[in-house]
Unconditional design. Structure first.
Length: 130
């Protein structure tokens, strides 16, 4: 189970593979090439990454419940996934469309988002440049 949790973090944490792949496109100079590659990222590439990430989830019901990445409680992997799907990308329509290809990930992000402590933190969190 720990190996699966590490895989999830390897993909989705702020320094993980998926944010790094997005950064290669997002950091291109503004212009036609960036616009084209950003559209391809949200229309095709991101959905493929999320399907791979969903495939890294451990099987139910022995190693996780349907609402968590691993186990039956909120873990750092769940928080990273929530942050990736709900708070990381500027293009909210693009991430929502891509995430629809990975419904288990959406279910986990919904569970994290419903946490009252997270909701309280979101209301009071400090404004930063990130």
């Amino acid at each position: 189970m720990l190996a699966r949790s590490n895989q999830l973090l390897f993909f989705s944490s702020p320094s993980g593979l998926l944010p790094q792949a997005y950064g290669k496109v997002r950091n291109l100079p503004d212009g036609a090439e960036k616009t084209e590659k950003m559209a391809a990222w949200f229309d095709k590439d991101l959905g493929e990454w999320l399907v791979k990430l969903e495939g890294a989830l451990p099987p139910e019901p022995h190693f996780r419940s349907g609402n968590y990445c691993v186990g039956s409680w909120t873990s750092y992997a769940d928080i990273c996934l929530w942050q990736l799907l709900r708070d990381y990308f500027d293009n909210k329509d693009g991430i929502n469309k891509a995430a629809a290809k990975a419904p288990q990930l959406v279910k986990i992000a919904d569970t994290v988002e419903a946490n009252p402590e997270l909701q309280a933190w979101l209301l009071d969190r400090p404004q930063t440049m990130f």
